[in-house]
Structures are given as structure tokens and as C-alpha cells.
Design a protein around this ligand. Structure first.
Ligand code: HEM
Length: 536
């Protein structure tokens, strides 16, 4: 229709072959009718050697909420706009898959819940979500307390010896110990021991991170796979973890067979409250490979993410002693010297706001990855599920026409969370921006400018778990200790794998907190209570 159609008709009458007109006018259609997604040109070299989401932030300020980045023959759409993010993640989520992410993680997660798409994902999500019911989460809070207490003992020793501690690796071990018990009732005990299995977990994690930032998929090179020492090490580590998972599944199956407990909605075995136990008791009809993939997925999803949140929270706090004092005041009032319970969670309001704000400044992971499966419109821009149109437009050779694939999309949560267009004092750490009596901030009440746990059907299923885990650890640690950057500590800089790491660790000096003296009122009332409890 319109002017181009008139021209086309005229040319046809003049005897121009219709095949030529088709090609010509498809080109015109693309250029005239579709608004063009801005292209970030010549900026690609900036992506190397730095946490890659940093240059993407600069490009966002120049090119806006959606732009294209060409990377050799590859091209990515970078999305930093709340409403486009909402569209991709929630409103039209069925038109997107996990794309590159699934390809990269296949070696460790197989078809586990994070990479899986379509029917497999739907079935597994429906089976696993009920396992994280309220009673389970309440039991987990107890576990968070026990595990953090072990860390406190370690820090206590360091405080006595006047030794500095590297908190990033300690947080990684804390959350590994927690997630092992929580998901499959295995005590890695990594805060006290360096066993082969702990090393195997880290080997696999580092490999997943190396793969996600690699420019070429080195692991697909046929001979490399077999001769590279690193790849051999990874295979051995995977084999070790898989064997342990198989054993744990077998042990748990036996427990379930022997127990008398009836399965119900809030089913939980007190000795073993793990997600694995729930799944087996529910009669979850699943292959052992799929079950293992899901366990491995949750192990990884729930480990480095929480560790990174704690690391960056303590880094932020090292610069804001007044915020620390406010948390301490709250914790003293709510907990005193007790272990936290689920009832305390809604009372630790300020500590929760600190975690909310830490997740805004350091989202884990900093980008979400999708690939388009269908044609769609993002903002005012139509996109094609096959790159046919794109290869015509950007002039890539015809090979892409034979190998159609969707648009690869990075949703930059980092950009959303730090956009000067969306936030006042976007780069400042201000827990006070979240009112204490207001709702807990999430993607819905923040209209997709805040996505700490993603959004839509693929939203994190461990969000509650993770929030409580980090609040408990934060509360118990600042109750006992003061943390400062160690004298001569290396500067804290960012690097990225799946989550944001420091380049050289978070070296801190830990001192015992001097609390105001407690005036003794009664002699050891707890002992009397215990005595009477055991008598009755
Ligand atoms: C998915 C963040 C802890 C299990 C996600 C996603 C985010 C996220 C952003 C969405 C990914 C996407 O859309 O591509 C976090 C953060 C955590 C955390 C920041 C800690 C502070 C946990 C824990 C568990 C867990 C403790 C397990 C108990 C999962 C699973 C998915 C997921 C299974 C995939 C859900 C699906 O695709 O249906 N997480 N997570 N996460 N998370 Fe978490």
C-alpha cells in the first residue's frame, strides 16, 4: 500500500521482472516500514577485559532502552527498558527461550529447571515449587542460623588471632553448606573442610562461568575436549558429583520407603526436610537423570547468587557505618542473643531493606538471557524469530539464511537498577529509599524497573529462601562483629561470570562487637526452663 506500492506497479508495467521487484521491495519494506533498532557501532572492542555489563551501561546511556550490538557474525539485542523487559519476561514469555544460556549450561544442568524450556520446564516447575512451602522455609531459617553460627565461630577465632579474613570465599562456603542441606540433605561442611567434593563443585562452577564469558565455544572443539587437562578435570568433577547425587537419591528413596508419614501439601520429614525428600515422597514421576539435573541446577542457582549478595552487602556496609549501627540496633531489639525464627523475618525490616538495596546495586546475575522463538514487537520495533530479515539488513552473508535462529537478547538488570532515568541517586546505597512500612519491593510493585529475582513465569523460585537466608546471615554477623576493610586490602573491583565477583577478594578485619553491658536480672533463667521442660 502507499507510495512504494504505486512505484512497484509502475515498474512492473514498464517490464521490470517481478523477481527483481520482490527483492528490491522487500528491502524497501524493511527500511521504510519498520523503525530501525539503534545499532551500537564500533563499540564492541570495549567489551573485552572488563565486567561486560559496564560498557553495556555506557552504551545504554548513548543508545537507549533497546539497541543492537554486533559481535562478528553474531548480534545481540540489549534491553534496558522496564516495559520491554516486562513484555519479554512476563506478558509474552512464551515467545522466548533461554537460548545461549541453555547451550552453555547444558554440560552441568542438562535439562534442569533453569535451562529447560517448553513442556519439560512446565512439568518440572510444577513439581518443584510446592516443595518450598512455608513449613519448609521455616525449617530452613533454623538451618541458616546453624550454618551462620559455624561461620561466627570461625570469625571469632580470626578476631582472637587478629587475622584478616577473605569474606567472599567464606560467604561462598556458607551458602554452599546451606544449599547442600536444603536441596539434598548433604553436609558439604565446606566452612571447616576442603574435601574432594567441595573442590569438584568449584571446578564445575568455574567452568560454567568461563564458558559464559568465552568468546568462542572452546569446549565444542572435538579434540580439545579429550586432551585439554581442564576439560578432563571438569569431566572428573562432574562424575564425582553425579555419583554422590545418585547415592543421595538412593539413600533418600530408602528413607521414604520406610517412613510412615502420609504425603500432604505441607509434607516435611523433620530429620530430612530437603527438597529431594519432598520430591521423592510426592511420588514425583521423573527419570533419575532429570532429578539429578534439577538438583544440580538448584545447587548452582542457590549457591553463588546468595554468596554474591552477601559479599556486596558487606562491601557496601564497609563504607556506611551508620547503616551498620541501624541494623545492629534493630537486631538487638528483635533477636537479642537468640537464633532467628520465621516470625522474626517480618520484624527485621531494616535488615531486609539493606538486602533489597544491595540487590538493586549488585543484581545477581547482572543480565538475563533470552532468545526469540516467534516474531514479536519490542517497544516500537518489530523483531523476527529468524534472522532472515536481519541478515538482509545488516549485510551478513547468505549462510545465515540457511541457518535461521532467533534474536539473542540480554536484559540488563544492571542498567535497569542503575538508570538515572528511573531512580533518584541511582548509584547511591540508600536503604532508606525503601520505606520500612511500605511493601517489600519486587518486580510487580516496581513495574519492572527492579528485577532482583527476574519476573514472569521464570521468576526465581528461591526468592523467599534467598531473602531470609541473606537477612539471617547479615543479622547474626553484625550482631557479633564489626567489619572493616583490612589495612592494605586490594581494591575491590568487579569481574563477572554468572554472578558479580570481586577481582581479588574482600579482605576484612573482624573485631568482636562491644555491646552495652547487660545488667543481670535473674540467674540463668534458661537452665531452669530446660529443667522444667524435661521434667514435665
Ligand atoms: C531463577 C536470582 C537464589 C533457584 C532465578 C532468576 C533470577 C534469580 C534473577 C531468573 C533467571 C531468568 O529469568 O533467566 C536469584 C538470586 C538469589 C537466588 C539473586 C539469591 C539471592 C536461589 C535459590 C534457589 C534458586 C536459593 C533454590 C532454592 C532458582 C531456580 C530458577 C531461578 C530453580 C529457575 C526458575 C525457572 O526457570 O522456572 N534466580 N536466585 N535461586 N532460581 Fe534463583
Amino acid at each position: 500500500s502507499g507510495f512504494p506500492a504505486v512505484v512497484k506497479k509502475t515498474l512492473l508495467k514498464l517490464g521490470v521482472p517481478s523477481a527483481i521487484l520482490e527483492i528490491l521491495f522487500r528491502w524497501i519494506d524493511i527500511h521504510e516500514e519498520c523503525p530501525k533498532i539503534p545499532e551500537a557501532k564500533g563499540a564492541i572492542s570495549a567489551i573485552r577485559n572488563e565486567a561486560f555489563f559496564i560498557p553495556l551501561y555506557e552504551l545504554y546511556l548513548t543508545y537507549g532502552g533497546i539497541f543492537r550490538l554486533n559481535f562478528g557474525p553474531k548480534s545481540f539485542l540489549i534491553v534496558s527498558d522496564p516495559s520491554i523487559s516486562k513484555h519479554i519476561l512476563r506478558d509474552n514469555s512464551k515467545a522466548y527461550s533461554k537460548g545461549i544460556l541453555a547451550e552453555i549450561l547444558e554440560f552441568v544442568m542438562g535439562k534442569g529447571l533453569i535451562p529447560a524450556d517448553g513442556e519439560i520446564w512446565r512439568v518440572r516447575r510444577r513439581a518443584i515449587v510446592p516443595a518450598l512451602h512455608r513449613k519448609y522455609v521455616a525449617a530452613m531459617i533454623n538451618l541458616f542460623g546453624q550454618a551462620t553460627d559455624r561461620l561466627c565461630k570461625k570469625l571469632d577465632a580470626a578476631a582472637s588471632d587478629g587475622e584478616d579474613v577473605e569474606m567472599e570465599s567464606l560467604f561462598s562456603r556458607l551458602t554452599l553448606d546451606i544449599i547442600g542441606k536444603a536441596v539434598f540433605n548433604y553436609d558439604f561442611d565446606s566452612l571447616t573442610n576442603d574435601t574432594g567434593i567441595v573442590e569438584a563443585v568449584y571446578t564445575v562452577l568455574r567452568e560454567a562461568e568461563d564458558r559464559s564469558v568465552a568468546l568462542i565455544p572452546f569446549w565444542e572443539i572435538p579434540i580439545w575436549k579429550d586432551i585439554s587437562p581442564q576439560q578432563k578435570k571438569v569431566s572428573a568433577a562432574l562424575k564425582l558429583i553425579n555419583n554422590i547425587l545418585d547415592d543421595l537419591i538412593a539413600i533418600c528413596k530408602r528413607m521414604v520407603d520406610e517412613e510412615e508419614l502420609q504425603f500432604h501439601e505441607e509434607y516435611m520429614n523433620e530429620q530430612d526436610p530437603s527438597i529431594l525428600h519432598f520430591l521423592l515422597a510426592s511420588g514425583d514421576d521423573v527419570s533419575s537423570k532429570q532429578l539429578r539435573d534439577d538438583l544440580m541446577t538448584m545447587l548452582i542457582a542457590g549457591h553463588e547468587t546468595s554468596a554474591a549478595v552477601l559479599t556486596w552487602t558487606f562491601y557496601l556496609l564497609s563504607k556506611e557505618p551508620t547503616v551498620v549501627s541501624k541494623i545492629q540496633e534493630e537486631v538487638d531489639a528483635v533477636l537479642g542473643d537468640r537464633f532467628p525464627t520465621i516470625e522474626d523475618m517480618k520484624k527485621l525490616k531494616y535488615a531486609t531493606r539493606v538486602i533489597n538495596e544491595s540487590l538493586r546495586l549488585y543484581p545477581q546475575p547482572p543480565v538475563l538471557i533470552r532468545r526469540s522463538l516467534e516474531d514479536d514487537v519490542l517497544g516500537k520495533y518489530p523483531i523476527k524469530s529468524t534472522s532472515k530479515m536481519e541478515s538482509v539488513r545488516i549485510g551478513v552473508g547468505s549462510t545465515d539464511l540457511l541457518n535461521p535462529r532467533g534474536e539473542d537478547i540480554f536484559i540488563s538488570v544492571w542498567n535497569l537498577h542503575r538508570s538515572p532515568m528511573l531512580w533518584d541517586d541511582a548509584d547511591e546505597f540508600k536503604p532508606e529509599r525503601w520505606p520500612l512500612d511500605g511493601p517489600n519491593p519486587n518486580e510487580t510493585n516496581q513495574n519492572f524497573r527492579y528485577l532482583p529475582f527476574g519476573g514472569g513465569p521464570r521468576k526465581c523460585l528461591g526468592d523467599m529462601f534467598a531473602s531470609y537466608e541473606t537477612v539471617v546471615a547479615l543479622a547474626m554477623l553484625v550482631r557479633r562483629f564489626n567489619f572493616q576493610m583490612a589495612l592494605g586490602a586490594p581494591p575491590v573491583e568487579m569481574t563477572t561470570g554468572a554472578t558479580i565477583h570481586t577481582t581479588k577478594g574482600l579482605k576484612m578485619t573482624v573485631t568482636r562487637r562491644v555491646k552495652p553491658p547487660v545488667v543481670p536480672i535473674l540467674e540463668t533463667p534458661t537452665m531452669n526452663m530446660e529443667a522444667s521442660a524435661s521434667l514435665s
